[in-house]
Design a protein around this ligand. Structure first.
Ligand SMILES: Nc1ncnc2c1ncn2[C@@H]1O[C@H](COP(=O)(O)OP(=O)(O)O)[C@@H](O)[C@H]1O
Ligand SMILES: O=C(OP(=O)(O)O)[C@H](O)COP(=O)(O)O
Length: 399
């Protein structure tokens, strides 16, 4: 990969230079209080930001948060993130209340060497995500004016062809930050001759998003374990009834086709936890997959499934896991996710967890993060990388 790195930039000297850093500070917020519920993505960019601060750069950080619709929307403000970032860096972060307006200009102008500013949410500007190149380019011009160099450390967003990810590096000397480099280094081990058996565990809720990755991974993996909300479309494809479980009816045929071509590599649950409703206190029971009552919905995989999946994982030498096995946010339906996570940590394998919710599950269930070789900050990004798709953010750094 012919990409210049943060070390190359540091070697040139950044003291007194303005360095624009694209980070992915898209952290989950509590819906009621607005508090940050998981600061993993903020911690993940500290190595890059710390190195720039230490080298005396004027550091201008930009990020998106959530999916606001191209105009300011207070619930998606990055202000709380500026506070948390300042605590973690041990120095206040100067927060600009707009992204490229007067506040941003004066905040950037006011920075002294070794200080950090955070611009307001990039997606408060329609130009950030626009499909129109000229509109994106005009916004990229405004952003690029805040930097003498650009660092991409937003691994979670490298699969987005957005102004701050794709167009700004065309306008400034550009390098990859420490997080982006580490993510690509680890994920490339999974695409180039992984040690076998290579077992992939997929769960979560969006079958349609993940079918392409299943298709791409089938020839490469030895075992593909499918749980979470997405398993029900596969169970339906096997001719089973799934009650009121999550089901993507228009994907049933594709799933049937995938099962036929999978040479037995795909393992599906044999038992599931079914509930009366999607609620933490709903009455629930464990049933076999051929006995799901028509009025109930599956919210977790059952203990026999955990045992079967764990046996497959115990043989593995390489593991990639994306997507919770059940609705782990509700204690009654967290056992499957916990069981699989524990099986991964016990396996004598190189293990990678990818996906915002999967990484949050590891932390929320109190599991030891260091038992995994790598916890990726990007869900969509890591899946697209494994699919072998060209990632706009990486391509832009190669140019
Ligand atoms: N059986 C299920 N029914 C409904 N939702 C589920 C089920 N199992 C898991 N989920 C939900 O899937 C969500 C995560 O899905 P997804 O976004 O695809 O994962 P990731 O962000 O790790 O890629 C979690 O919020 C979890 O509650
Ligand atoms: O949370 C993210 O993606 P992820 O949930 O796939 O890990 C990234 O911040 C990208 O956000 P986006 O999917 O709104 O472009």
């Amino acid at each position: 990969m012919s990409i210049r790195t943060l070390d190359d930039l540091l070697a040139e000297g950044v003291s007194g230079r303005r360095v624009l850093v694209r980070a992915d500070l898209n952290v989950p917020l509590d819906k009621q209080t607005g508090d940050i519920t998981d600061d993993g993505r903020i911690r993940a960019v500290l190595p890059t930001l710390g190195a720039l601060v230490e080298a005396g750069a004027k550091v201008v950080v930009c990020s998106h948060l959530g999916r606001p619709k191209g105009k300011p929307d207070a619930q998606f403000s990055l202000r709380p993130v500026a506070g948390r970032l300042g605590e973690l860096l041990g120095a206040p972060v100067h927060f600009a209340t707009d992204t490229v307006g007067d506040s941003a200009r004066s905040t950037v102008e006011g920075l002294v060497d070794g200080q950090v500013a955070l611009l307001e949410n990039l997606r408060f500007n329609a130009g950030e995500t626009s499909k129109d190149e000229a509109e994106r380019g005009a916004f990229a011009d405004q952003l690029a004016a805040f930097g003498d160099a650009y660092v991409d450390d937003a691994f979670g967003a490298v699969h987005r062809k957005h102004a701050s990810v794709y167009d700004v590096p065309a306008r400034l000397p550009h390098v990859a930050g420490r997080l982006v480099l580490r993510e690509v280094e680890v994920l490339s081990k999974l695409t180039s001759e992984p040690e076998r058996p290579y077992v992939v565990v997929l769960g979560g809720s969006k079958v349609s998003d993940k079918l392409a990755v299943i298709e791409a991974l089938l020839p490469t993996v030895d075992r593909l374990l499918i749980g979470g909300g997405m398993c029900f479309t596969f169970l339906k494809a096997q001719g089973l009834e799934v009650g009121t479980s999550l089901l993507e009816e228009d994907m049933v045929e594709t799933c049937r086709n995938l099962l036929e071509r999978s040479s037995g590599k795909i393992m599906l649950p044999v038992d599931v936890v079914v509930a009366d409703a999607f609620a933490p206190d709903a009455a629930h029971d464990t049933v076999r997959v051929d006995g799901i009552p028509s009025h109930r919905l599956g919210l977790d995989v059952g203990p026999e499934t955990v045992a079967g999946f764990s046996a497959a994982l115990s043989q593995a030498k390489t593991i990639f896991w994306n997507g919770p096995m059940g609705v782990f946010e509700m204690a009654a339906f967290a056992a499957g996710t916990r069981g699989i996570a524990e099986a991964i940590t016990k396996a004598d394998a190189f293990s990678v967890v990818g996906g915002g919710d999967s990484a949050a599950a590891v932390r929320a269930l109190g599991l030891d993060e260091s038992s995994f070789n790598h916890i990726s900050t990007g869900g969509g990004a890591s899946l697209e990388y494994l699919e072998g798709k060209a990632l706009p953010g990486i391509a832009a750094l190669e140019n």
